[in-house]
Write a protein that binds this ligand. Structure first.
Ligand SMILES: [Zn+2]
Length: 223
């Protein structure tokens, strides 16, 4: 059965949005060209970053082994690159993080660790590259807390080790973190991302936490 294209009047056996195949292809070509032109104009004012190439869930007890494997396969694994703030969490902060894990109140974002490795999965990219191997971009404090708890360096809720939680709903054996791997090739790119990321994220200051704690105490008193 012959159908008539709204635009050119030619007949086609099948129409898309009333258009023949040629007119529909032309419509899509114009949309793509407009997207490229609009992007070029907006990009003068708006920074934009590539999406992460790879995301994987890793069980807590596998983190160290997996990171060692990355080091072996991809030319190193740097936990504390120079742009990181170093190991700054106190043991109290490590305990609080692990207690949140055990109580199941962490968001996906709080369980997401960001790594970078320019070579990872990019065998054919020949563009300039001054970075090499894996580095932790975000999540050093949290990874360190997990590793310390699994090694038995502190307890949660005053008395429980990792093993004490086994075979209960509080067990961490099956708990995972999300690891995302970017492939920035230039140091400038990784630093810009790091700054934007930490600027956009909502890091609660001590004062904020104290303010909400005070509100909670207020509520309890009124009960
Ligand atoms: Zn047509």
């Amino acid at each position: 059965m012959a159908l008539i294209c709204e635009k050119c009047g030619n007949s086609d056996y099948k129409l898309t949005k009333g258009l023949c195949r040629d007119c529909e292809e032309e419509r899509l070509r114009v949309i793509r060209a407009t997207n490229i032109a609009n992007t070029a104009v907006l990009a003068k004012d708006i920074p934009y970053y590539q999406e992460c190439n790879y995301v994987v869930d890793i069980e807590l007890h596998s983190i160290t082994r997996q990171f060692n494997q990355y080091a072996e396969d991809w030319g190193g694994f740097e936990y504390n690159p120079d742009f990181q703030r170093g190991y700054v969490w106190t043991q109290e902060q490590q305990i609080a993080y692990m207690e949140s894990f055990v109580s199941n109140v962490l968001s996906v974002q709080q369980r997401t660790i960001t790594l970078n490795c320019p070579e990872f999965g990019n065998y054919n990219d020949k563009s300039p590259c001054e970075l090499h191997g894996f580095v932790i971009v975000d999540g050093l404090q949290r990874v360190t807390a997990i590793q310390a708890f699994l090694k038995g360096e502190f307890k949660v809720f005053g008395k429980f080790t990792y093993e004490d939680l086994d075979n209960s709903r509080f067990s961490l054996r099956r708990k995972t973190i999300k690891v995302q791997v970017f492939a920035w090739r230039m140091k400038k790119d990784i630093l810009e991302y790091y700054l934007l990321f930490n600027n956009g994220g909502t890091v609660h200051s001590k004062e904020e936490i104290q303010r909400v704690r005070a509100m909670l105490e207020d509520c309890k008193e009124k009960q």
